[in-house]
Design a protein around this ligand. Structure first.
Ligand code: FRU
Length: 500
């Protein structure tokens, strides 16, 4: 084991003990200690779910990327394993960037990641070289291949640059061969997705340009993923520096879902529908895996480069993962709902049905670790003009969801959640017109609000650092609406937290 990896492992074992359980979310994954961004290597291996993550143990800010590691039986209770990768080679000394994992035919676990090397030239100009590298292991310890990098910039299509060539997502084809999709930058300066193929997962050849941005959706496309779902081919990617488009895409780092058909003859994706993956504030770099029962499950970084709330100085972790979500396609669009495993944590059902106008708290409906279903209906046509719901509320603070049945605009706003940073705090999306009917599922877990709209047609997520004492929830309407509420507390089981 390298000195760097050993140092990271010793540090995390010692320091993570100092973080109190109550100072983390319950079932949203957080780094063992320090900084976390993208989910990596999300896979099922030796009977457990594995999650790796972009990790800098020594600080709550981004720095030389390691890969942290954890395992789970239900995607909700996680056990930390020792840090899996450290930036300890020339080709990855600047960082082990994002990537993915797969079980090889011989039963070993393969990690495919982007190695970043920083070179400073004689004239002082600094450049980053990104290449694709492999580490193979047993689910705990991983060894980098001596022949790394296995794919470098020399394989790129003409005009692409080797500085933006990252985040490979690997899969196995039915014939037993391997493929990965990776983000790159075309000569026009905007993103393209390349597919590489290999018979053995060791020697790789560029196969095709699967799709290209053409400067339409952001510039660089990060963290791509592609899979078949409900008879369609799907590409997910996280574009940098997007230009806002209606309420579908917001400025800056966003998310993109392309639904269509992959044509084996042209080796290209034919697009049928393009949409955002998420409409909230804090969601980026999603990655999926296929569970043994066939479900396509997505997890993402519950944060975004532009909306980063700074943790209080006393907080020793920064960054959370979203709730894992089950994906499907309905009417040609992406649907996402919380994994069904969450329902096993439900306790103490409370239901309330009311006609609501002024701001109302409902008996038994409060809390910060809850699963809350809300259905809003006009009592007669046009009986309300606006619906408001506040969560994580005390006298001063709250996070608000509002819905306008005339324009069908839904908003998630954490302006009053207690964050002191001058950053974006509100996001809106356009929901399907249902004549004033709205269905919400709101999952709260201490430091986040996740909102699923109309059975998963849209989702909006925000990270919050509101004091845990802010437990109240209220509902209000301009006009009158029937509001039906079903609420559960979510209670974790006792599980082993660390396994070194
Ligand atoms: C996305 C990203 C990836 C990169 C990683 C570095 O958030 O920028 O493209 O691999 O983070 O930490």
């Amino acid at each position: 084991m390298s000195e760097k990896l050993q140092k990271a492992r010793e540090y995390e074992t010692r320091e993570a003990q100092l973080i109190h359980e109550d100072d983390r979310p319950c079932f949203h994954f957080t780094p063992r200690i320090g900084w976390m961004n993208d989910p990596n290597g999300f896979s099922f291996y030796k009977g457990q779910y594995h999650l790796f993550y972009q990790y800098y143990p020594y600080d709550t800010k981004w720095n030389a990327m390691h890969w942290g590691h954890a395992v789970s039986d239900d995607l909700l209770h996680w056990t930390y394993l020792p840090c899996a990768l450290a930036p300890d080679q020339v080709y990855d000394g600047f960082g082990c960037f994002s990537g993915s994992a797969i079980e090889l035919k011989d039963g070993r676990h393969l990690l495919l990641y982007t190695g970043v090397e920083e070179r400073t030239h004689a004239n002082g100009i600094r450049e980053e070289l990104q290449t694709q590298c492999i580490a193979i292991g047993d689910g705990v310890n991983y060894e980098k291949l001596p022949q790394n990098p296995v794919v470098d910039g020399s394989t790129l299509p003409e005009g692409s640059n080797p500085h933006d060539f990252r985040d490979p997502k690997i899969w196995r084809e039915e014939d037993g061969s391997y493929a990965f999709v990776v983000g790159s930058r075309h000569a026009d300066g905007s993103g393209q997705l390349l597919v590489y193929r290999s018979p053995d997962a060791m020697s790789w050849k560029l196969d095709t340009v699967l799709d290209r941005c053409h400067n339409a959706y952001g510039n660089m496309w990060e963290c791509p993923d592609t899979f078949r779902l409900d008879g369609k081919d799907v590409i997910l990617t996280s574009p940098m520096e997007m230009d806002a488009e209606g309420l579908e895409f917001h400025n800056g780092h966003g998310t993109l879902c392309i639904i269509g058909h992959y044509h084996p003859e042209t080796k290209r994706m034919e697009r049928e529908f393009v949409q955002a993956v998420e409409y909230g504030l804090d969601f980026y770099a999603m990655q999926t895996m296929q569970a043994p029962d066939g479900r396509r499950i997505m997890i993402a970084w519950l944060q975004n480069w532009g909306t980063n709330t700074q943790p209080p100085a006393s907080q020793r972790w920064q960054g959370q993962m979203t709730l894992p979500r089950e994906l499907s396609i309905r009417n040609g669009k992406l649907i996402q709902v919380p994994i069904r495993e969450l329902e096993a944590l439900r306790r103490d059902r409370v239901t309330q049905q009311r006609v609501i106008s002024g701001e109302t708290a409902l008996p038994g409906v409060q809390g910060r670790v809850i699963d809350l279903m809300v259905q809003v209906r006009p009592v007669q046509e046009g009986s309300y003009q606006r619906f408001f719901m506040k969560v994580c509320k005390d006298e001063r603070h709250y996070t608000e969801i509002t819905y306008d049945p005339l324009t069908n605009v839904l908003s998630l706003d954490r302006t009053h959640s207690g964050c002191r940073r001058d950053i974006v705090h509100e996001r809106k999306c356009l929901v399907r017109d249902r004549q004033g009917e709205l269905k919400l599922r709101v999952v709260l877990d201490r430091f986040s609000v996740e909102v699923f709209v109309n059975d998963g047609e849209q989702a909006l997520t925000a990270a919050i650092d509101t004091s845990q004492a802010a437990q109240d929830i209220t509902f209000a309407c301009l006009g009158q609406a029937q509001v039906d509420v079903e609420k559960y507390d979510l209670v974790m089981l006792e599980k082993e937290k660390f396994h070194d």
